[in-house]
Design a protein around this ligand. Structure first.
Ligand SMILES: Cc1cc2nc3c(=O)[nH]c(=O)nc-3n(C[C@H](O)[C@H](O)[C@H](O)COP(=O)(O)OP(=O)(O)OC[C@H]3O[C@@H](n4cnc5c(N)ncnc54)[C@H](O)[C@@H]3O)c2cc1C
Length: 399
């Protein structure tokens, strides 16, 4: 157990930071998590956790707790917003996902996942410091000195920068280029089930496609809420920051003319947040000596494959595994980077490609949807197989 007794500072208590803290502390490292926010909150309600993410939660001993609050979608259904009630294609999940990947596909409320990761980290012995923004990390021989907001200091053998897409530690230690606006915005929120069209409360993910926009909906918390993410292409992001509460009227205007269940759901929205979607080009390296990036800090991706948080879960497991198997922390971090960078980069690129398919214009969408319909009718499992390389990976056994 080479991690035992190592002092590790994790910067950021998002899904990636808390999962890393849990995995590291379970291997008897001394872990301190520094979170800038005064309390843990998650704007935007829903999160899809594919079987590759469930594998990590299971290995961390959190599967039962997560399963208790998870919803279990039976399929992803793709609709064209103009074509009414019939799906363009259907990718089975439910028992098909279990048969195919050995584990289920879940929907979780983000707050529920954060709560259980926090409990897992604290139970394993990690200490969480809230309202503790990290301003700088300076290598000092065999350790790294941290400076916190307000002037407090701390020291660690290893620093894990899980501080999100605007990672200050990434900018200072790995790549100074700022995140770029990915020319998409997303409105996120929930609608109480009793105000949502009944067909959107069914345990399914529904993706409704249109020119330059799409809407994803699925039920959460035992069908009491319908989660929505409404994405629109946009040339520029001019707001301060990267998310703000928005007037639902703007959302409805962006999707004007959409009828059916999608339109009815948007009519029922009475509060939402608008997010600018930011990413950056794949990084050539994730590690600087004893400092390593994790999650959105190193591979932010467009949400079109719902894999960003799941990739952070995978990172967390592999990081702990590589450090535990190495003689020297630096070698462990290099092994982590080489185990993870190729896969995360491939998923980043694939996520961007999915968005293009959802947003086709009237000329291309007709033929493209006809092909999808045919494939879905003739070889329904073929569509699902496109995701095998993502969902079928179990980093807890392949490391
Ligand atoms: C619309 C949308 C839908 C999505 N849907 C899915 C989905 O269904 N499934 C999925 O897997 N992924 C999804 N994602 C992606 C997912 O939300 C992110 O990939 C994931 O939350 C990243 O987690 P993280 O821990 O790396 O970073 P973050 O969640 O950004 O956490 C970073 C933490 O670091 C803290 N921090 C920042 N700077 C400092 C500092 N200097 N000192 C201390 N603390 C600091 C922040 O306060 C924050 O708590 C979606 C994303 C979007 C935008």
């Amino acid at each position: 157990m080479r991690l035992a007794g190592q002092e590790i500072a994790v910067v950021g208590a998002g899904i990636g930071g808390l999962a890393a803290a849990t995995a590291l502390a379970q291997r008897r490292a001394h872990v301190h998590v520094y979170e800038r926010a005064p309390r843990l909150t998650e704007a935007g309600a829903g999160l899809q956790v594919a079987p590759n993410g469930v594998a990590v939660l299971e290995a961390l001993g959190l599967r039962n707790a997560a399963e208790a609050s998870a919803s279990h979608p039976e399929a992803v259904e793709l609709f064209d917003h103009r074509s009414g009630g019939l799906p363009v294609a259907r990718v089975p999940l439910g028992s098909d996902a279990v048969a195919r990947y050995g584990r289920p596909y879940w929907h979780l409320h983000r707050a529920d996942l954060l709560d259980l990761l926090r409990a897992g980290a604290e139970e394993a012995g990690a200490t969480l410091h809230l309202g503790a923004g990290v301003e700088a990390a300076a290598p000092r021989g065999e350790t790294v000195a941290l400076t916190l907001a307000g002037g407090a200091t701390a020291e660690a053998d290893i620093v894990v920068a899980a501080d999100g897409v605007r990672s200050a530690l990434r900018a200072r230690h790995v790549a100074s280029s700022p995140p770029r606006f990915a020319r998409h915005v997303a409105w996120r929120g929930t609608v109480p089930a009793e105000r949502a069209p009944a067909e959107l409360v069914r345990p399914h993910v529904r993706v409704t496609m249109g020119h330059g926009r799409h809407l994803v909906t699925y039920p959460l918390r035992a069908g009491s809420l319908v989660n929505f993410v409404a994405v629109e292409e946009r040339e520029a992001w001019t707001a301060e920051g990267w998310s703000h509460p928005d007037d639902p009227g703007h959302l409805r205007r962006a999707f004007a003319g959409w009828g059916g269940a999608a339109g009815a759901l948007l009519d029922a929205v009475d509060s939402c947040f608008l997010w600018g979607l930011f990413d950056h080009a794949p990084l050539p390296r994730w590690v600087d000596g004893r400092i390593a990036l994790l999650g959105d800090a190193c591979h932010p991706m467009l949400p079109f494959l719902a894999q960003g948080a799941t990739m952070a879960l995978e990172d967390a497991w592999v990081l702990a595994d590589c450090l535990d198997g190495a003689d020297d922390p630096r070698a462990g971090l290099v092994a982590y980077e080489s185990a993870r960078r190729g896969r995360a980069t491939r998923v980043q690129r694939a996520a961007a490609g999915s968005g293009r398919l959802y947003h086709l214009g009237p000329v291309l969408s007709g033929p493209a949807h006809a092909v999808l319909r045919t494939v879905a009718a003739v070889a329904p499992r073929h569509l699902a197989s496109r995701f095998d390389w993502i969902f079928g990976e179990d980093v807890t056994t392949t490391g």
